[in-house]
Write a protein that binds this ligand. Sequence first.
Ligand SMILES: [Zn+2]
Length: 119
Amino acid sequence: MLRIYALLSICILFCIGAFAQAPHQERANDKEVNAFVEKTYPKLWKELKKIEKEGTAVEFFTSMKGPGRAGKEKIQLNQSYFNQPRPAFPEDRLIVVVLHEYGHILHAKKCREKGGTQF
Ligand SMILES: [Zn+2]
């Protein structure tokens, strides 16, 4: 059910800021963020591991606008949403964020395979 909801939001929100140019951003300490996610959000952790297993990297950054974005072939996430509890962003919402960005990457990949432009 959560996946269906996530896929629906992917369809609805597809064009919003998909490949917006990012200002300079600093990589976060992935180890620390991953340790927090693994301990605090087990469902999200499982999704992240699944995405990585399917060949898409997930990276955390310190200064980003919003919770996440799709890079060319990587998911870029704002560490401040993933390294501390945020009442407005409970685990299910973070999963939707991650699956939404992953949807952009899968869509772009499909477009490249068809030989078209990304968007
Ligand atoms: Zn989007």
